[in-house]
Design a protein around this ligand. Structure first.
Ligand SMILES: Cc1cc2nc3c(=O)[nH]c(=O)nc-3n(C[C@H](O)[C@H](O)[C@H](O)COP(=O)(O)OP(=O)(O)OC[C@H]3O[C@@H](n4cnc5c(N)ncnc54)[C@H](O)[C@@H]3O)c2cc1C
Length: 420
């Protein structure tokens, strides 16, 4: 009978961002067994990397913490980190799923005391801060990470550094013999909540990312302003640490452009307005210029837009940016755009440029190992019975709408557990 229950009442959620977490807790609290598979060493997805949420400007850790508590308290939810789905076969009500678990080299005995990292000197790029700084190869992914457990980077396995980490641990939590493992699960339905990746700004040749110093993307700006970011929250020029007196936000960087991503991500205008508040709060004398095509701030967000746009030292210029170039004489950056309202060419010389790049579905690059189809941008559209998508795997969304979408996906996934 136990197997029969597993066949009909288990749900697999792939992706542990806000959408996947919401689907998992909603389904589990409705009495289903849920597995969540997350490829990174921690849950929370891109939201865990934000500094604040618009429009209330509260820290994202609040919203995530509630979900983590619901997961911790619910024995129906089983979590896997550093894990990926390799294969899904079968049909609604009766899928066989193979999951690959990559070794963390640190087991559940870890207390996050940090002793294992103390003697380690090898550094790796810090993916949590979008590679703006480095971390030790033995690391806690971030201060609020769930699970709160260290990771040992594969780069140092087999070296003296790894042995040092093991010897330093008094809880027997370091296991250098861990190997990749395969787990098979039987589930009635699968919810794909694999979210988005920031569009690769280096593909947009005229906007200077990767070639002009102090040109960053909006996701990097979130980390630059965050207290646990690469500059401890100080908004400075990342290339030389110098103060910032002027910032330009370039909207639709690669979005709504058939050469790059032809759709609108809906949140980039609001993200730049939110990031303007980071600058206003920390550097009230800094000049902020937002270059935009249209400002998309619908419904309840319109008030936030009008409030930020009216602030002192904030200028909005309607016009697509043509060029972002270094100005070697001043060490600043020149942003050139057409100003639609004045009909003239607009030029701004600034210390920092933030490219508002959009949200590309992660399924644009890594397809679902199951029988589903996609729209031309790679979002999951056609849903085979028993396989659903939630949140930004389906379309670009803010957090509130991702949560609603994820709750709807939970309901569909539950129906697959009882339809047979
Ligand atoms: C600059 C910027 C600022 C933003 N600020 C706000 C804001 O202030 N307020 C707001 O409401 N929204 C904001 N957003 C939007 C917000 O980030 C999204 O709504 C949210 O991330 C959607 O969550 P998700 O779970 O659908 O996707 P994600 O956050 O991308 O989570 C997906 C998860 O799936 C995992 N995953 C991916 N592929 C696999 C795989 N193959 N196997 C297993 N796991 C996988 C990922 O590692 C990740 O943990 C912002 C977006 C940007 C670009």
């Amino acid at each position: 009978m136990a197997d029969e229950k597993a066949l009909t009442e288990s749900i697999l959620v792939v992706g542990g961002g806000i959408s996947g977490l919401t689907t998992a807790v909603e389904a589990a609290e409705a009495g289903r067994d849920v597995f969540i598979v997350e490829k990174r060493p921690y849950f929370g997805g891109r939201v865990a990397q934000l500094n604040q949420y618009f429009p209330k400007l509260c820290p994202p850790s609040c919203g995530l913490e509630i979900n983590f508590r619901r997961i911790r308290q619910n024995p129906r939810i089983k979590t896997f980190t550093m894990a990926e789905v390799e294969n899904v076969s079968g049909e609604e009500g009766n899928f066989d799923v193979t999951i690959k678990l990559n070794p963390r080299y640190v087991n559940e005995n870890c207390t996050a005391c940090g002793e294992c990292a103390a003697g380690v000197t090898t550094e790796i790029p810090n993916e949590y801060n979008y590679n703006m700084d480095k971390i030790k190869a033995v690391y806690l992914p971030h201060d609020m990470a769930y699970p709160m457990r260290y990771v040992i980077a594969p780069e140092i396995i087999g070296t003296e550094e790894a042995t040092k980490a093991k010897e330093a641990c008094q809880y027997d939590a370091v296991d250098l013999e861990m190997q990749p493992e395969s787990v098979t699960l039987k589930v009635a339905s699968v919810v794909w909540a694999t979210g988005w990746n920031p569009y690769d700004a280096s593909k947009i040749e005229n906007l200077g990312f990767g070639t002009v110093p102090n040109v960053i993307t909006n996701v990097m700006m979130e980390r630059l302003a965050a207290f646990d970011g690469p500059t401890d929250g100080k908004i400075v020029r990342p290339a030389d640490g110098k103060p910032v007196e002027s910032v330009a936000f370039v909207q639709c960087a690669g979005s709504r452009d058939e050469n790059y991503m032809d759709f609108c991500s809906h949140i980039c205008c609001l993200a730049s307005l939110k990031q303007t508040t980071y600058v206003r709060e920390q550097l009230p004398d800094a000049k902020v210029t937002i270059f935009y095509i249209d400002i998309r701030a619908l419904g309840k967000y319109e008030e936030f837009y009008t409030k930020v746009a009216a602030e002192e030292n904030v200028t909005l210029i309607k016009g697509k940016v043509a060029k972002v170039e270094a100005d070697p004489a001043s060490g600043q950056i020149v942003v050139e755009a057409e100003d639609i309202y004045s009909g003239s060419k607009s030029q701004a010389k600034v210390d920092l440029v933030v490219l508002a790049t959009g949200m590309e579905p992660s399924t644009a690059t890594v397809r679902v190992p199951a029988d589903v189809s996609y729209d031309e941008s790679g979002f999951v559209i056609s849903e085979k019975p028993g396989i659903y998508a939630a949140g930004c795997a389906r379309r670009p969304l803010d957090v509130a709408t991702s949560n609603r979408d994820a709750t709807a996906a939970a309901l569909k996934a539950i129906q697959s557990t009882v339809r047979r």
